[in-house]
Design a protein around this ligand. Structure first.
Ligand SMILES: NC(=O)c1ccc[n+]([C@@H]2O[C@H](COP(=O)([O-])OP(=O)(O)OC[C@H]3O[C@@H](n4cnc5c(N)ncnc54)[C@H](OP(=O)(O)O)[C@@H]3O)[C@@H](O)[C@H]2O)c1
Length: 410
C-alpha cells in the first residue's frame, strides 16, 4: 500500500497554500481520513508553510523535488496514489511530472489552462497513461470545472426532461468578483511568448476542437465565437468576449467527444461575459472587448509585455488577499436549446473569488474524487476532462463542501 492518498506538489505556490489550508480544514470530513503530504522544491519553504498552517499541520509529511528532476519525481509518485500539481506555468515546468505519472500509473490533476501544453501532453503521454492506468485530469480549477460541469449538468437534465441533449449551449458570465495572481499572469504571458516563437500555434489555439478526439466527424459544424461586443437575444443583454473561453470551450468539446458525443454530434458552444442592457450595456460591452483586445496585443509585443510584467501585473507568488477571496464570488448562466426548440437554463455559482478561493476548493475536491470516488473499474487510464472523469460525483462534492451550487432555473 502507498504511504499517501494524495500529495500536493507546489504546496508553496500562491494557490497551493490556499489548497493546503482547505485540505487541512476539511480533513475530518473524509472517511477514512485523508493521508496526504506536501511537496515543493524547497524544504525551507515547506517548513515555513507548515508553520503558517499551524495546528494540525505539525505532523504533515514533506517531500522535496524539483519539477525538472525526474528521479526525484519518480521517488515522489512511488509514495502516493494521486498527485495534485500547482507548479506553473505548466508549459515551462509541468511535463516531467505528467510523464512520470503516466508511466507509473499514478493519478494526477492540476490547474493548467494552457491548451497548447495539454495538447502536447496528450500527444506524448496518452499511450503510456492508457497502458499504466494513470488517470490524468487537467483544468480542475475555475478553468474549466464550472463550464465543463455546468454543461454536463444541463445536458443531464435536458435528457431527463426532453429525452435528448441540447445541441446549442451558451454560457454567460452574469457576475464575478476576484483578483489575479502572478502565477496566472505568468501562464498567460508564456502563451503569448510561445505564439510569438511559433506562429502556427495561433491557428492551433483558434481551433475549437484542438483538444478533440475524432474531429473528422464534426468537420461541418461551425462553432460560434464571441470576439466582439454584440447583443444576445437569448439573454436579452449585451455581451463581450470572456478571457477563459479559449480554454473552457476546448474542454467542453473534449468532454463531448470523450463521451461519444453525448451532447450531440452538431453540438455548438460558446462563452461570453454578459455586460448589461440598453446603451449603457452596449458601451460597457464595447469597452470590455476593446480592453481585452488591447491587453492581448500588449502581451504579445516584447517591450509592452516587459512593462506589464515589471510594473502592472502581480509577480509569481502574489495574488488577492484572504479578504478579497472571501468577498469574491461567481455567477454563471447557461442556456441550452434542443434541435426541436426546447430550452433549459442553469445557474452555477461559487462563494469565493473564482481564481483562488473557489479554485483551491474545486482542485481539492477533484483530487479527493480521484482518490476516493473513482475506482479503476469505472474509469480507465488516459487523459480525461473533469466532466468525463468525475461527472455527478464531483457536482455532489462541490455542492456539499466547496460552496458551489448547480441549479435549474425555469
Ligand atoms: N485553472 C485555474 O482556474 C487557475 C487558477 C489559479 C492558478 N492557476 C494556475 O496555477 C498555477 C499556479 O498559480 P500560482 O498563482 O499559485 O503560482 P505561483 O505562486 O507563481 O507558484 C508557482 C509555483 O511553482 C513552483 N516552481 C517553480 N519552478 C519550480 C521547479 N523547478 N520545481 C518545483 N517547483 C517549482 C514555485 O515554487 P516556490 O514556491 O519554491 O517558488 C511555486 O510554488 C499557474 O500555472 C496558474 O496559471 C490556474
Amino acid at each position: 500500500m502507498k504511504d499517501f492518498d494524495l500529495v500536493v506538489f507546489g504546496a508553496t505556490s500562491f494557490v497551493g497554500r490556499i489548497l493546503c489550508r482547505y485540505l487541512l480544514d476539511t480533513r475530518l470530513a473524509d472517511a477514512p481520513s485523508l493521508r496526504w503530504a506536501i511537496a515543493a522544491r524547497s524544504a525551507a519553504r515547506l517548513e515555513e508553510l507548515k508553520g503558517e498552517l499551524g495546528e494540525g499541520a505539525e505532523s504533515l509529511p514533506t517531500l522535496v523535488a524539483d519539477a525538472a528532476d525526474e528521479a526525484a519525481l519518480r521517488a515522489l509518485v512511488a509514495r502516493t496514489r494521486v498527485v495534485v500539481s500547482t507548479v506553473g506555468p505548466y508549459a515551462l515546468y509541468g511535463e516531467p511530472l505528467v510523464k512520470v505519472c503516466a508511466e507509473t500509473g499514478t493519478d494526477y490533476c492540476d490547474l493548467t489552462g494552457e491548451v497548447q501544453w495539454i495538447r502536447r501532453m496528450i500527444e506524448r503521454h496518452e499511450a503510456a497513461a492508457k497502458a499504466s492506468g494513470a488517470r490524468i485530469v487537467h483544468c480542475c480549477g475555475f478553468d474549466s470545472i464550472p463550464s465543463d460541469l455546468g454543461v454536463y449538468f444541463l445536458q443531464h437534465e435536458a435528457r431527463r426532461r426532453f429525452g435528448r441533449a441540447a445541441s446549442r449551449v451558451k454560457m454567460r458570465v452574469r457576475a464575478m468578483k476576484g483578483g489575479v495572481s502572478g502565477g496566472t499572469v505568468a501562464s498567460l504571458l508564456n502563451v503569448a511568448r510561445e505564439v510569438r516563437a511559433n506562429p502556427t500555434l495561433r491557428k492551433e489555439l483558434a481551433n475549437p476542437y484542438s483538444l478533440g478526439v475524432n474531429t473528422a466527424a464534426l468537420a461541418n459544424v461551425r462553432q460560434p465565437n464571441v470576439s466582439t461586443a454584440k447583443y444576445d437575444v437569448d439573454f436579452k443583454a449585451w455581451i463581450a468576449p470572456f478571457v477563459m473561453a479559449g480554454i473552457n470551450t476546448r474542454i467542453v468539446h473534449r468532454s463531448n467527444a470523450l463521451s461519444g458525443h453525448a451532447y450531440t454530434r452538431d453540438f455548438r458552444y460558446d462563452e461570453a461575459v454578459s455586460v448589461g442592457k440598453g446603451l449603457k450595456g452596449r458601451l460597457a460591452a464595447t469597452g470590455t472587448a476593446l480592453g481585452l483586445g488591447a491587453f492581448m496585443v500588449a502581451a504579445a509585443i516584447g517591450p509592452s509585455r516587459a512593462v506589464l510584467e515589471r510594473f502592472v501585473l502581480p509577480k509569481p507568488g502574489e495574488g488577492p488577499s484572504p479578504e478579497a477571496q472571501r468577498r469574491g464570488f461567481f455567477d454563471l448562466r447557461f442556456m441550452g436549446r434542443t434541435d426541436d426548440g426546447r430550452m433549459l437554463r442553469v445557474k452555477v455559482t461559487g462563494d469565493r473569488d473564482p481564481g483562488y478561493g473557489s479554485t483551491a476548493k474545486m482542485l481539492g475536491e477533484a483530487a479527493r474524487c480521484l482518490a476516493f470516488d473513482t475506482p479503476q473499474s469505472e474509469l480507465a487510464g488516459g487523459f480525461w476532462t473533469p466532466a468525463t472523469a468525475f461527472g455527478e460525483r464531483l457536482v455532489a462534492r462541490l455542492q456539499a463542501r466547496a460552496g458551489l451550487a448547480f441549479e435549474i432555473i425555469d
